[in-house]
Design a protein around this ligand. Structure first.
Ligand code: URA
Length: 248
């Protein structure tokens, strides 16, 4: 059978899987043979099924394989001093300036304070953006903060047990002192919360007001060595893990 795309937009499943980065077409045929591929909730075992990559929900070993051809997910290391908005009527530097040459209609996933640096996801998939930002999906986020030190031993326990803030109790999933420096400390904390200024408010409440704050991870996506102001396309296993993390 010819492998050119039909005018109805349907493409052979193994080609769609290969294009999504799951290996060669032969390797993708094997995934199908092994019964590891589902399309729209049905396990596929026969070769040559034609699917619409724009609309079909494809999973391999239960993990979502995003296949829409125009799908874009970008990881930005938002620099300090830049607003988490796509435009600013007062002309202040914003994330929209960094992606100004992109033609896709991008949404930012949640917000970071202007003073916070670090990982901000951008995507043209509105549903993905909404799910990642919605508290019901409880996506874990990790931050590294510089705070005045030393940090007392019981701070981690207090944060894990829950700290009362103006708008309710907040608990962290993990807290550790990464580095103790003269008069200050570098601490790392992970939490599912997305409330405004939550990390600054939490650390202030336990006596360690934030001097600088960086977000290093959102769900399965890590900032790594990415420099401030740089964008990185999320693809392959990272993209699949991101979709799967919010039940898509
Ligand atoms: N918590 C904060 O206090 N600021 C951020 O930018 C993100 C989380």
């Amino acid at each position: 059978m010819a492998d050119t795309e039909a005018s109805d937009g349907l493409i052979r499943l193994q080609k769609v899987l290969a294009q999504a980065g799951l290996g060669s077409r032969r390797a993708c045929e094997e995934l199908i043979e092994q019964g590891r591929v589902e399309v729209d909730g049905h396990r596929v075992r026969e070769q040559g099924l034609r699917v619409d990559p724009r609309t079909s929900v494809i999973r391999v070993d239960g993990e979502r394989v995003p296949t829409a051809p125009d799908l874009l997910v970008l990881a930005l290391n938002k620099p300090r001093g830049v607003l988490s908005t796509m435009s600013d009527e007062r002309g202040r530097p914003c994330v929209g300036d960094i992606v100004a040459d992109r033609t896709e209609r991008l949404f930012h996933v949640g917000r970071l304070d202007a003073d916070t640096e670090g990982l901000l996801l951008l995507t043209n998939d509105g549903e993905l953006a909404q799910r990642l930002a919605h508290p019901s999906h409880g996506v874990l986020k990790t931050y590294v903060a510089t705070v005045p030190g030393p940090v007392a031993r019981d701070v981690g326990r207090r944060l894990r047990e829950g700290v009362e803030l103006d708008d309710g109790t907040v608990r962290v999933d993990s807290f550790s002192v990464v580095q103790a420096l003269p008069g200050r400390a570098l601490v790392e904390l992970s939490l599912h919360e997305g409330r405004k200024h939550v990390v600054r408010r939490l650390l202030e409440a336990v006596g360690h007001p934030v001097e600088s704050l960086v977000r290093t991870q959102v769900g399965p996506i890590r900032l790594g060595q990415q420099r401030p102001g740089r964008l990185r396309a999320i693809t392959g296993p990272e993209l699949r893990a991101l979709y799967t993390s919010v039940g898509l």
